[in-house]
Design a protein around this ligand. Structure first.
Ligand SMILES: Cc1cc2nc3c(=O)[nH]c(=O)nc-3n(C[C@H](O)[C@H](O)[C@H](O)COP(=O)(O)O)c2cc1C
Length: 204
């Protein structure tokens, strides 16, 4: 007996339409071709002062707090951002600054980025992976990067990126199988540096 995969996507783009958003959609489509999923899409640029004026979690608007909680409760997080000045966007980081320190522990997180050129493709390894390493997240080994030249507006043209999406999703099929077979409320085991009761859905 399996249940839908609760997937939350976070797009750090400030643009509409967004190439990063288009890339994230291709990933959710690929996952949807393998199983039933529920997708909640978070666009940080639309969250407004409820996010941007907050300096502490209690300052967040109720709407933004609910979005942060959705990330914490997800089975799978797809975290995508355009490259801004060699890193993730400021609002992307500001949003994740309010996610509980232990809520992503062991949670699968797919890393996605787009940039103006291929020269910043390693932003996934040098910026995004360390951030989610802090959270003790189970980042998916294959990151997905595309540059502006790979798109016609928001249509991805690069066959190698489609292939990479397939590989990234195929690699985590056993994890997704385990997540959707497990009860939704299972808690991650506590460990050193991770207080009792804190954490996300257990993978193992
Ligand atoms: C303020 C700003 C800074 C940027 N810095 C970089 C950069 O350092 N490296 C890069 O490859 N592209 C950079 N870009 C280009 C964007 O990353 C690129 O256009 C991206 O695909 C936009 O994604 P979006 O359509 O999802 O917003 C920058 C764009 C802006 C607006």
């Amino acid at each position: 007996m399996s249940r839908p995969l609760r997937t939350v996507t976070v797009n750090g783009s400030y643009s509409t339409p967004s190439k990063t958003g288009a890339l994230i959609e291709l990933i959710t489509d690929q996952i949807a071709s393998t199983r039933e999923i529920e997708v909640r899409r978070i666009e940080v640029s639309t969250l407004g002062p409820g996010l941007t004026s907050a300096l502490a979690r209690e300052d967040l608007s109720a709407e933004v707090r609910a979005e942060v909680a959705a990330v914490e409760d997800a089975d799978l997080v797809i975290a995508g951002t355009p490259v801004f000045r060699g890193s993730y966007t400021g609002l992307f980081k500001h949003f994740f600054d309010f996610v509980d320190q232990y809520a992503l522990a062991n949670k699968p997180v797919m890393l996605v980025a787009t940039g103006g050129s291929d020269r910043h493709a390693l932003v996934i390894e040098h910026e995004l992976r360390p951030l989610f390493g802090f959270f003790q997240a189970a980042t998916v080994p294959v990151g997905i990067y595309a540059s502006a030249g790979d798109f016609d507006r928001t249509t991805l043209l690069a066959p190698e990126t489609y292939a990479r999406i397939e590989i990234a999703v195929r690699d985590i099929v056993p994890v997704l199988d385990a997540l959707t077979a497990a009860p939704a409320t299972a808690a991650v085991p506590s460990g050193p540096g991770r207080p009792e009761g804190a954490g996300a859905t257990a993978l193992h």
